[in-house]
Design a protein around this ligand. Structure first.
Ligand code: NAD
Ligand code: WQD
Length: 342
């Protein structure tokens, strides 16, 4: 059985369904600080049975001890964390507490329970402003906000744990820009308040919840002046976690600590994304050009070859699926999980 911390969240819910479809049982731990209980029944519909669920905080050692005592957990995929860059600048201690202390509490509980496999949700944000592209796992690291710092700190903590305990198996997966939704339209991204990320914002404009998109800058040194990112379909990301788990459980290992980029390797500009979304959804996405957003880099995309070589994984879904599935989710659930399941 696999423990999904933050298992009710966007990426974890899709990973849970992928686990269920692969016949791997899992238990969800979540405190719903950024998700809604409604996702659990939808995970159940898509995965064949309602997930085992524990409501609690990953920083609560007693909850973790009880969970590890009750369920035969072999490995943990650690998604639980806060992820809003701006909020992390305003409330750094909140981010270090949740993301760093939370992980240390989890590691200590795993040590007590004898659980030694961990897949960690890291982020391309650990690279900061890229020195050169594409980004490889050995590219210069330099997060430029507390959120990114917290992810890099956790990577370092996990590296030290893996060094100290050779029987541990750890994979840090650096996600690039997750987008899209389950093709059923039953699960997707449901951000609270005004979306900070591009794709949910586009979705809400297309469905009429917001009048227009602001494109943050069109004077970057890119193909059309707008920012370039490596968008990856959340279903591909989910498959990447299964590949990482299999790698940790298998024999083929040079080291017990792995870091891998999960991206497509393809850079897409904001304007290209808007055009693709209009094409594949059939909806208009009005936009205005706005000033650059502080802290944004011009371009960021992965070299995903380590994940391919070591995990046997690569992204297979393109812009078409990213846009179609986002739109399918968005128009069937204009208010996210607050809407009844169709
Ligand atoms: P999300 O907010 O949808 O999911 C995180 C889940 O963790 C939520 O359900 C939240 O309620 C839960 N959670 C947070 N703190 C908790 C705590 N202390 N105890 C228990 N549950 C807690 O976010 P997501 O996009 O699915 O991201 C999952 C992970 O991947 C996060 O660690 C995030 O930092 C990382 N990540 C996300 C992105 C992205 O752009 N979405 C990119 C790179 C890395
Ligand atoms: C993408 C592009 C914007 C919104 C963030 C985090 C990162 C990671 C993923 C967790 C950029 C442009 C956006 C809008 C726009 N998360 N944009 N108008 O900034 O690459 O990464 O999410 O680890 O840590 O920083 O993603 O979706 O916010 O932006 O023009 O309303 O879209 O300028 O070029 P970003 P994003």
């Amino acid at each position: 059985m696999i423990l999904l911390t933050g298992g009710a969240g966007y990426i974890a819910s899709h990973t849970g369904v992928a686990l269920a479809q692969a016949g791997i049982p899992y238990v969800v731990l979540d405190n719903f600080c950024n998700s809604q209980p409604g996702v659990l029944s939808r995970m159940g519909v898509l995965g064949g049975a309602s997930p085992v669920f524990v409501q609690g905080d990953v920083r609560d050692a007693a909850t973790l001890d009880a969970l590890f005592a009750r369920y035969p957990i072999e490995g943990v995929i650690h998604f639980a964390g806060l992820k809003a860059v701006g909020e992390s600048v305003a409330e750094p201690s909140l981010y270090y507490d949740n993301n760093v202390s939370g992980t240390v509490t989890l590691i200590r509980a795993m040590e007590r329970a004898g659980v030694k496999q961990m897949v960690f949700s890291s982020s391309a944000t650990v690279y900061g402003d890229p020195e050169s592209l594409p980004l490889t796992e050995t590219s210069r690291l330099g997060p430029i906000n507390p959120y990114g710092q917290s992810k890099l700190m956790v990577e370092h903590i996990l590296r030290d744990v893996a060094t100290a305990h050779p029987d541990w198996r750890v994979a840090c997966l650096r996600y690039f820009n997750p987008v899209g939704a389950h093709p059923s339209g039953l699960m997707g991204e449901d951000p609270r308040g005004v979306p900070g990320n591009l794709m949910p914002f586009i979705g809400q404009v297309a469905v009429g919840r917001r009048p227009q998109l602001s494109i943050f800058g069109n004077d970057y040194p890119t193909v059309d002046g707008t920012g370039v990112r490596d968008y990856i379909h959340v279903m591909d990301l989910a498959d990447g976690h299964l590949a990482a788990l299999r790698y940790l459980q298998g024999d083929r290992q040079d080291s017990n600590y792995l870091v891998a980029n999960l991206g497509t390797g393809q850079g897409i500009s904001v304007l290209q994304m808007v055009q693709a979304f209009e094409q594949y959804s059939g909806q208009r996405v009005p936009y205005v050009i706005a000033p650059r957003r502080p802290g944004d880099s011009a371009s960021c995309y992965a070299d995903p070859s380590v994940a391919h070589q070591l995990l046997g994984w690569k992204a297979v879904r393109g812009l078409k699926e990213m846009c179609q599935d986002t739109w399918n989710w968005q128009h069937r659930n204009p208010n996210g999980y607050a809407d009844p399941a169709h």
